[in-house]
Design a protein around this ligand. Structure first.
Ligand code: PEP
Length: 255
């Protein structure tokens, strides 16, 4: 099944509006011809509109890092799917481990958010992954299976292209420790079986499953060579145009 590689930058709580726009201006000429790979940037909420304008006319997409599931109303501090769509977002990252760890998000919220994003025509990028303790206790598959079944509960898909899954082992995020390509493949192939349980084999076969956790230009090639690794969610190495463009160029070397 043909799945277009997808590389998504997660800037987390970094970069002012000006710094975000400066990044785009430096980055776009570096990746102008790279149409074989889908690329998107997830700046902070306050930079979305400016980054959207800076990306206009390019193939690089815009993503948000989170959202609420309601269309609007009395939810102080929150941002709705309608607002994200209006700001030009094509994707939204949901259930990132930092949201789960620091803001108490669970699979129930993730499922509501996924359904809301789909209603608004925004592609959800649903993050799952085990902690080091869970891996050490042999609970990796249990954790990832529960997160997939819970986070995608009540979700109806016509095609696997409507969602993206990201496997991000918590112990590999921002630590410099990457899962080996074989470790990541083992979990990502399991994740695809869980998607098949929920949506059938054909839909599961067309869902892109990204790997995230200390991805760099030096390790992306070996990761992407694995059957069920269809791209990457990149934190630290996406903050500089050279390293993020380096990741994209390595992926093209592999496709
Ligand atoms: C992330 O937080 O989604 C991530 C993958 O971060 P890093 O690349 O810095 O490990």
């Amino acid at each position: 099944m043909e799945r277009k590689p997808f590389i998504l930058a997660n800037w987390k709580m970094n970069k002012t509006v000006d710094e975000s726009v400066d990044f785009v201006e430096e980055f776009l000429p570096m990746v102008a011809d790279e149409v074989e790979v889908e690329v998107a940037l997830a700046p902070s909420f306050v930079s979305l509109a400016a980054v959207s304008r800076a990306l206009a006319g390019s193939a690089v997409g815009l993503a948000a890092q989170n959202m609420h599931w309601e269309e609007g109303g009395a939810f102080t501090g929150e941002v709705s799917p309608v607002m994200l769509r209006d700001a030009g977002c094509r994707y939204v990252i949901l259930g990132h481990s930092e949201r789960r760890q620091f803001f108490g998000e669970g699979d129930g919220e993730v499922s509501r958010k996924v359904q809301a994003a789909l209603r608004e025509g925004i592609t959800p990028v649903v993050c799952v992954g085990e902690t080091l303790g869970e891996r050490d206790y042999g609970k990796t598959f249990d954790t990832v299976g529960v997160q997939i079944h819970g986070g995608l509960a009540d979700v109806v898909l016509e095609s696997g292209r409507e969602i993206v899954l990201a496997y991000e082992p918590v112990w590999a995020i921002g630590t410099g420790k990457t899962a080996s390509p074989e470790e990541a493949q083992e979990v990502q192939s399991f994740a695809r079986t869980q998607l098949a349980d929920l949506f059938g084999g054909e839909v599961a076969g067309s869902v892109r499953i990204l790997y995230g956790g200390s991805v760099k230009p030096e390790n992306i090639g070996a990761l992407m060579a694995m059957d069920d690794i269809d791209g990457a969610l990149v934190g630290g190495a996406s903050l500089e145009p050279e390293s993020f463009a380096g990741i994209i160029k390595s992926v093209i070397g592999e496709t």
